[in-house]
Design a protein around this ligand. Structure first.
Ligand SMILES: *Cc1c(COP(=O)(O)O)cnc(C)c1O
Length: 440
């Protein structure tokens, strides 16, 4: 009989490990903090948000924090704060959540995508320079799935071409790049703090910056209640109403949860890090299997390991598709899925859609050239989907559970030949996040 559960062998994963994946971890202090906000009729106030902003900014050693109602808003604020406007371009990876770049449309700006480095899944520093034009204003860096981007080289490119760096830290709260927290490298950083992320406090986000101008512009953009604080003459002259026409204030239930979460996050991160590193250490040397962690890069860490992925190399497993490989993992009892998001540049919203009625696609509505990027232009981003599958995101260090999942993966890799016969191959679209229609 085969060893693989798919063919009637014993399942590698024997138990239901819901407990070790449960997230966020809610404690009594959080519960009473929320109740206090409710009972005080203080949901739309700002006192707790101010405390949370100060504490979150202090954690990063940054001067200003601006609590927002979500991460998308924090990135919109960062872009407006840095004066990105009509015709301006930002350079952003094509493998990311849409909110890293889409807010730029409503500022009249646009996005040019750069490819990712297959070893880090973050912006490839070698692919940035060729994407720079006279309209480029900023490099939007995403520390994807907790992995710090190569900030030394990205910062060097930015400095050489006098571009701002905006960090999207929605996946990497608390991650270190060579000993320094991510979110401290850019002129501004935006963080999602929504409940699926590693620093999870509800629908919330925060922007960090050391620049008074960036902070005040962002406040003027979407926080009418802060207009009394504006000091820059050009902002004061129009103060009172939000310049963007947006209202981005953070909900105080989230601020209250955030103040508690700041206290317990370091210990949670440490336990996740221990579990995830144990998992990938055990997989080391397994044919076809890789990790994206910054191993051998002193001082760099993965923070809370948001949405971790396992690298998959079909060439080492006789060309077996990741889809077939995952069928075996599922049969072994490991709940995973093949692939990841499709590349953003292939979606109609970056090719054909005219959002604001300019009479041309919004992507190029204010551009002096056609900067759209057809299929084939960002090969690593376009091919990544067939080279990854979802890793277990352990929140607790439980060696029995981890070992069982490791066994499921090793067993499937070692017996890959048995899986080749009925390999259906990969479907055309493998990821979610709204990327279900692609330009081909
Ligand atoms: C989640 C996420 C955002 C947006 O944050 P929201 O809080 O959902 O608005 C931005 N960028 C990335 C990379 C994300 O994953």
């Amino acid at each position: 009989m085969s060893k693989l559960a798919l063919f009637g062998g014993p399942r590698a994963v024997s138990s239901d490990y819901r407990e070790i994946f449960a997230w966020p971890i809610v404690n009594a202090e959080m519960e009473s903090a929320v109740l206090e906000v409710l009972r005080n009729g203080n949901m739309s106030g700002s006192n707790l948000t101010r405390q949370f902003e100060r504490a979150f900014a202090d954690w990063h050693g940054r001067t200003y924090g601006l609590g927002c109602n979500n991460g998308t808003a924090s990135l919109h604020c960062a872009m407006f704060g840095l004066k990105i406007g009509p015709g301006d371009e930002i350079i952003c990876p094509s493998i990311t959540y849409w909110a890293s770049c889409l807010p730029v449309y409503s500022l009249g700006g646009t996005v040019v995508f750069a490819d990712i480095d297959p070893k880090t899944l973050c912006l490839d520093p070698d692919d940035i320079e060729a994407r720079i034009s006279k309209h480029t204003k900023a490099i939007l860096v995403v520390h994807y799935c907790g992995r710090p981007a190569d900030m030394d080289r990205i910062t060097a490119v930015a400095r050489k071409h006098k571009l701002a760096v905006i960090e999207d830290v929605s996946h990497a709260h608390g991650a270190l790049y060579k000993g320094r927290l991510v979110g401290t490298f850019g002129a501004a950083a935006g963080f999602s703090l929504m409940s699926g992320k590693s620093f999870a406090i509800g629908e919330a986000g925060i922007m960090l910056t050391d620049s008074q101008e960036v902070y005040e512009r962002a406040a003027a953009f979407g926080f009418y209640e802060r207009s009394g604080e504006l000091t820059l003459p050009e902002l004061k002259a129009g103060a009172g109403l939000p310049w963007g026409g947006y209202k981005y204030r953070m909900h105080q239930m989230s601020s209250a949860v955030g103040l508690v979460q700041l206290k317990k996050y370091p210990a949670e991160m440490a336990e996740i890090d221990r579990a995830m590193n144990y998992f990938f250490d055990r997989l080391e040397g397994t044919p076809g299997i890789r990790s994206f962690r910054p191993k051998g890069e002193p001082g760099s860490t993965m923070g809370g390991w948001y949405n971790p992925m396992v690298g998959y190399v079909p060439e080492e497993l006789g060309g077996l598709s990741v889809t077939r490989f995952c069928q075996s993992l599922l049969a072994e009892g490991f709940k995973t899925s093949p692939g990841c998001n499709s590349a953003l540049h292939l979606h109609p919203l970056f090719n054909t859609v005219d959002v604001y009625g300019h009479g041309r696609p919004t992507r190029i509505a204010n551009s002096d050239r056609d900067l759209r990027q057809p299929p084939g232009t960002l090969p690593v981003s376009e091919g990544l989907q067939s080279r990854v599958f979802k890793a277990p995101w352990f929140k607790r260090f439980d060696t029995k559970a981890i070992d069982e999942i490791v066994t499921a993966i090793k067993k499937s890799a070692e017996n890959y030949r048995e899986l080749l016969a009925d390999d259906p191959g990969n479907p055309e679209i493998m990821g979610g996040a709204g990327l279900t229609q692609l330009v081909r």
